[in-house]
Unconditional design. Structure first.
Length: 91
């Protein structure tokens, strides 16, 4: 998948990124610092509200490099189920 297509699917990318970041144990602050991205920019990315294609591409490349995943890995990513969602109560 090309970065042009990813920009058009910003909301899906945002959802996948949130899941990845949470599952890997980062907070927004720690992840932004480690990825060398400002916290407000990370928030825009994670909310799918970034309007600049060049900024989106540049920051997404930093994020993918830090997470050590490809675009395809990101788009196929499924969040690990939380312990609460796995619990089923029987009466």
């Amino acid at each position: 998948m090309k970065f042009d297509e990813l920009f058009e699917q910003r909301s899906l990318v945002a959802s996948k990124l949130k899941d990845c970041i949470i599952d890997m144990g980062y907070t927004k602050v720690s992840f932004a610092a480690k990825a060398d991205i400002s916290r407000p920019t990370l928030d825009k990315l994670l909310n799918g509200n970034i309007d600049s294609k060049s900024s989106f591409d540049r920051h997404l490349q930093k994020i993918l490099k830090l997470l050590n995943i490809t675009v395809e890995d990101l788009m196929l990513y499924h969040s690990a189920p939380s312990k609460l969602s796995e619990a089923t109560l029987y009466s």
